[in-house]
Ligand binder design. Structure first.
Ligand SMILES: [Zn+2]
Length: 418
């Protein structure tokens, strides 16, 4: 690494701390006015205003209110006279959307929008990435390549990353990124300021299951004259759990949760149909492929065994989030050097949540890191989890997250100097 690495770290953290008030102010304004889904016009407005004048090439999405900002680094290639077309690109991602949760934190900057809350901390991601935009713009002459900032709507179940990929975020700088990094704050799990990740699978894949059992309605006293979809649906719910334990490797876990089960109108009427919906999580491509084959076969066969039919829609949602081994090690070193040894904790297992940043990491090597934002003095084991109406994310992590984003880009571009 360049000899200036240590100085760079000090100045990055100092500069991020100097910006802490502005970053927190943006975070509070985003938090007060949360927006859900792919259309976040007020959020987009705030990000565009914050990037104005920093020297980025800024573009916005068509099918979603995304913001893509490209900074052209002017730092010299160590090799000299290199082809500008070969200069590396690094992508940093911050998601921007909120959740349909009624906030109960009582913080002074609490949501003023009924039924919407930044309960997953994406307001911190957005403001830290804006902070990093400032730090990087001030170091343009040290950037040995270009940086793409991906401000993404619709992470919470709307596949905003998929939309941005279709709209060309990976080609925003004219060349594919050499690496991509994302941060996610946590309101529990570890003491505030802890950075957590792991090489390989870091978050689960998620699929959706939508089933309709087609029976024939009738009188509750005469089931032999009807085709009861209720008993068949009940058998399906239990059989899915048996399938998990009998058909899947215990060391490659699968989670199936039937979260919705609906049938009937009255106790003595056999309904025409029954419906169930499930979320399915897995941690390897093999398990995902097997689920996609096993689940429809199992459910259709159960219906057929009872002389009924079932429509089974197995929908692949977010892929497995996989950290590249080398990028994960690089990010870990960046955390150690920036924040000091002991701040990084390697996760023993992936988290069972899912992320659409997985779509970026499927195309570009990179790493996804968790940053605990548990307030000082709060027991992280007792703290409300992300998505809770009580989830608290402390402003104290904003400068460090900001500096970490910037550090990853600066250092990674320096590392790929020819
Ligand atoms: Zn989230």
């Amino acid at each position: 690494m360049p000899a200036s690495s240590a100085d760079l770290t000090v100045s990055l953290l100092d500069d991020a701390r100097a910006l802490a008030g502005d970053i927190a102010d943006l975070r509070h304004r985003l938090h007060r006015e949360p927006e859900i889904g792919l259309e976040l016009p007020r959020t987009q407005e705030k990000v565009l205003a914050a990037l104005d004048g920093l020297g980025y090439e800024v573009s916005t999405g068509v099918d979603t209110t995304s913001v893509t900002a490209v900074l052209r680094g002017t730092g010299a290639d160590a090799g000299g006279g290199g082809d500008a077309g070969e200069r590396p690109v690094v992508l940093l991602r911050g998601d921007m959307d909120a959740l349909p949760v009624q906030e109960k934190t009582g913080v002074h900057y609490a949501s003023r929008t009924e039924g919407a809350m930044h309960a997953c901390g994406h307001d911190l991601h957005t403001s830290m990435l804006v902070g990093a935009a400032n730090l990087l713009a001030a170091r343009r002459d040290q950037l040995a390549g270009d940086v793409v900032l991906m401000f993404q709507p619709g992470e919470e179940g709307f596949d905003g990353a998929g939309v941005m990929l279709r709209e060309g975020v990976l080609d925003a700088a004219g060349r594919r990124p050499a690496a991509a990094y994302g941060l996610h704050v946590m309101s529990s799990m570890a003491a505030g300021g802890t950075v957590m990740s792991r090489p390989g699978a870091v978050m689960s894949s998620s699929d959706g299951l939508f089933v309709t059992v087609h029976g024939a309605g009738g009188h509750g006293s005469a089931p032999f004259a009807a085709k009861d979809p209720v008993t068949v649906a009940a058998e399906m719910v239990m059989a899915l759990q048996s399938m998990v334990t009998r058909q899947f490797d215990v060391f490659d876990p699968v989670v199936v949760t039937v979260g919705m089960l609906q049938a009937g109108t009255k106790r003595n009427v056999i309904p025409e149909t029954a419906r169930l919906e499930a979320t399915i999580r897995s941690f390897s491509p093999e398990a995902k492929a097997r689920l996609k084959a096993s689940v429809p076969r199992l459910l259709e066969s159960i219906a057929a065994a009872h002389g009924l039919a079932a429509t089974v829609d197995y929908c692949e949602e977010y892929p497995l989030t996989v950290n590249d081994g080398a990028e994960s090690a690089f990010a870990r070193r960046a955390v150690d050097e920036l924040l000091g040894a002991g701040r990084y904790r390697e996760l023993a297992n992936p988290l069972a949540g899912s992320e659409d940043f997985s779509r970026v990491l499927a195309e570009v090597p990179g790493a996804f890191l968790f940053l605990s934002a548990v307030p000082d003095g709060t027991d992280h084991a007792e703290a409300a989890y992300n998505h809770s109406p009580y989830a608290l994310f402390d402003d104290a992590v904003l400068p460090e997250g900001t500096a970490l984003y910037a550090r990853l880009a600066l250092e990674r571009l320096a590392a790929t100097r020819p």
